[in-house]
Ligand binder design. Sequence first.
Ligand SMILES: *[C@@H]1O[C@H](CO)[C@@H](O)[C@H](O)[C@H]1NC(C)=O
Ligand SMILES: *[C@@H]1O[C@H](CO)[C@@H](O)[C@H](O)[C@H]1NC(C)=O
Ligand SMILES: *[C@@H]1O[C@H](CO)[C@@H](O)[C@H](O)[C@H]1NC(C)=O
Ligand SMILES: *[C@@H]1O[C@H](CO)[C@@H](O)[C@H](O)[C@H]1NC(C)=O
Length: 146
Amino acid sequence: MKLLQLPLVALLATTALAQNCVIGGPKNGTHVKPGKNITVEVDRPDSLTGSTEVAIIIGFMSCVGFPNSQCPPPDELIGSVLYNGPYNPQFHTNVTPTKPPYQNFSVMIPTTARKGVAQLSVTHVSLVGAGPFPLLESLNVSLIVQ
Ligand SMILES: *[C@@H]1O[C@H](CO)[C@@H](O)[C@H](O)[C@H]1NC(C)=O
Ligand SMILES: *[C@@H]1O[C@H](CO)[C@@H](O)[C@H](O)[C@H]1NC(C)=O
Ligand SMILES: *[C@@H]1O[C@H](CO)[C@@H](O)[C@H](O)[C@H]1NC(C)=O
Ligand SMILES: *[C@@H]1O[C@H](CO)[C@@H](O)[C@H](O)[C@H]1NC(C)=O
């Protein structure tokens, strides 16, 4: 039984890797201001395995006050939810260099954001393959609130 399960787990892991999203922007270390909107670009590299998008959550959390200004992982704490809803990545052919399908979201940095390091997170939920199996992934970049 164990022997039979291993290849499936390996297959699922490989498939899951191919479904990963990438935060195309803002770049890690970007300076932001409370109350101002920023564009969050969520890239979804094209892959062979069919997957169905379910939703994404864009979160913001100040890391000030945590040891070494290190926020808890975004799959444990999200903080303020800046966006929660559908994710519909599209090809944008008018951009150079060519990018994978992506979607931009305009979200506002909370007016109460504390100065210093903060964590912007993207939590992505999708259905992968014919099974399908659910995929949950968390991504993050650090922002500097001025
Ligand atoms: C992101 O930026 C933060 C703060 O500037 C820095 O501490 C961290 O090492 C950077 N992480 C990566 C993956 O570059
Ligand atoms: C944030 O993302 C970087 C890769 O960009 C990763 O190395 C790091 O473990 C993540 N941090 C947390 C707290 O999940
Ligand atoms: C999405 O946002 C990025 C970064 O701000 C920008 O370069 C790109 O032109 C935007 N794409 C669209 C279709 O608005
Ligand atoms: C700023 O972000 C909020 C969500 O945080 C959004 O509702 C609003 O439309 C955005 N404003 C602009 C000008 O894009």
